[in-house]
Design a protein around this ligand. Sequence first.
Ligand code: IVH
Length: 753
Amino acid sequence: MTDDIPSRIADLSQKLHFHNYRYHVRNDPVISDGEYDRLFHELQHLEAEHPQYARADSPTHRVGSDLSGDFPKAAHPAPILSLANAFDEDDLRHWEERNLRLLPSGSRLSYVLQPKLDGLAIVISYEQGELTRAATRGNGVLGDDVTANVKTIRTVPLRIPVDAAAGAAPPRLVVRGEILFHKDSFLELNQEQEAQGLPAYVNARNTASGSLKQKDSRETAKRKLTAYIYDIVDSEGLELQSEWEILRYLDALGFNLITDASLCSDLDEAAAQLAAWEARRDDLPFEIDGLVLKVNDMSAARELGVVGKDPRGAIAYKFPAEEATTALLGVTIGVGRTGKLTPTAQLEPVFIGGVTVSNASLHNYDQVAALDIRQGDRVVIKRSGDVIPYVIGPVPGARSGNETPIMPPAICPFCSTKVVQPEGAIDWFCPNQTCPERIMRTLEFFVSRGAMDIEGMGPQTIAALIENGLIQDEADIFTLPAEPLLALEGFAEKKVENLLSSIAAAKARPFAQVLTSLGIDGVGSTVAGLLTDNFASMADLQAIAERIRDAEIEFVEQTRPLLPAVAADDSDTEKLRYRLEHPTTELAPRYLNAPELGPRLERLLRPLNLAAESVAIVAEYLKRLNTVSRPLHAIEGLGPILAQNIVDWFTDEHNQNVLAKMQAAGVNMQAEEKVVAGTALAGQTFVLTGTMSAPRGEIKALVEANGGKVTGGVSKKTSYVVAGESPGSKVEKAAKNGVPIISEDELRALLGE
Ligand code: IVH
């Protein structure tokens, strides 16, 4: 084994040189950052253990550089150091032991712990309080002078202190920080790209870097970059003793600091926070790739000194890699209950962040085309938190030429119906409501907890019932006879009896739960509650949907002949035509309460140059549509798209048929009388999260029966968050906002149960 060490070192060096070249020179990496780090770390480790084999040309000796030819160079006042990595708690313990050996015996170290932002380093100088220069890290000694670009970033103060009351600025202050995209800004940027038909950006950090290195600072200004400052590189007239003091001082000057830095009195205290940070990772507004741990006492840190380019007094604790590359072997197609087609990548199994991943989401075919992902490609996979792993993009540099484009199928793989892409949609759909796969997914949802909650009806039972022709849709469940069930394999008498009795019990589910189980797009338990608060029965909902649909058709038929027959070549005209063709989502909600429709429509429709009489006709039919839609559109918390989904669902013939069958079978379709059990919770607002002893709909009803309110999201108005088992991120949001978190038992205690 020992014999292999020199060759492994040679092999790693060669690989790292190659990947450095792919990344920095070709700008076309073939492995992920995580894999690069792993190779780099292994080499570092081997070289440390066997210094006799370390090579002079080792990639570990090279200081990385982001210098480009486009900017003047700026010399940093002190080397811009980097950080050594730790990958687990043991690495941290060794790091501390080594440090303690270098310090006077009996030394004790406290630490500042903060997230490690996945952006790019920036060094900003202030003279007499004025921003005079900003430079990238470059090679650590020289950087690119990007002052004009950095000045466009709003979180960077141009003058310090921002609040004059904070005293005078030091004569000279050079700070260091990180520039990045907040996740929502990056998403927004990609939405704009998409709207313009341009390809999406794949990697937020590279895009931030590209944005900062624009030759024209007006281009940088258009990107919503954010800067966080975390350190002082150089200063005059300052005497700070600890990292914690530095942070407080930077804060007072008005710099944007990473929130949630903590001062830990020892390593145990820091180590105890690692897991919680990793769990929070996906809830943060920015990407982090680990944590930074710094010795708080600056004189101790100075004494520890620097090895290579890494100060001994600080370390990066890296989270397990979330990205890896692997081969895309094939694509399978899933069909959901709405008919939506979802392509899934079948992968050569790859180990990411502690699990083996062999398939990953490809989102949708538009995205596949935009990213130019091809069958046979090497692809970058991301797995983060609880999110299903997904394909970030291809590695074009690894292509052999035998890769083939991935196209949406022409027909549904389950029922052979021609697939469709509705106007304006990015997804493709199987339009066949009797597609066996759609029925399977519909039924799975229909019987699930929170929906009809039918015990003993797992996917296998459903599949058996469909295969044997015993059910064609969800309503058939309620009229299942016993004899043919007994003939099915594995269905003994007791099992059939149990199944039939849970089906019978399900007929009496509360109205809101029945509504939820229909699987109307966007109608979960919260929206179902809004609907049942406003409509007394399923028949009422169907009636309003039909009236709205009729008024909508009437509106479109009456207004279409008024539209000028000009070619819709300009986008304003096109938008207006679209609005007139989709009045239920585009016009009715926004003019629902407009007292004078005529003049307001006249203003909106001006680019169409309609005659005054025509505007009056549009106004007339819109008024009718508004009157009819009011009961639905006026519900607070129910947006126009949801309203449209509801109208679409209830006016569909297949769905009407299912409802009629359910009604005939005795399923409850009526709002219950509001039983007022008490007023113990009057005036209080609750948010429910996690699994509880009963479906959430029931807990909600319980709260409401006692005068309380249940909402979906945590806000300042929330009185309590009730957390069941494995609660979601709402608990963290509550903790952050100081909203009390209680258990289901504590909720019941409030009710005096
Ligand atoms: S402190 C002496 N704190 O991570 C080094 N660095 O892998 C002082 N980074 O080059 C660095 N977030 O660009 C520090 N909270 C943070 C950081 C952070 C991100 C970057 C920084 C550094 C790299 C090291």
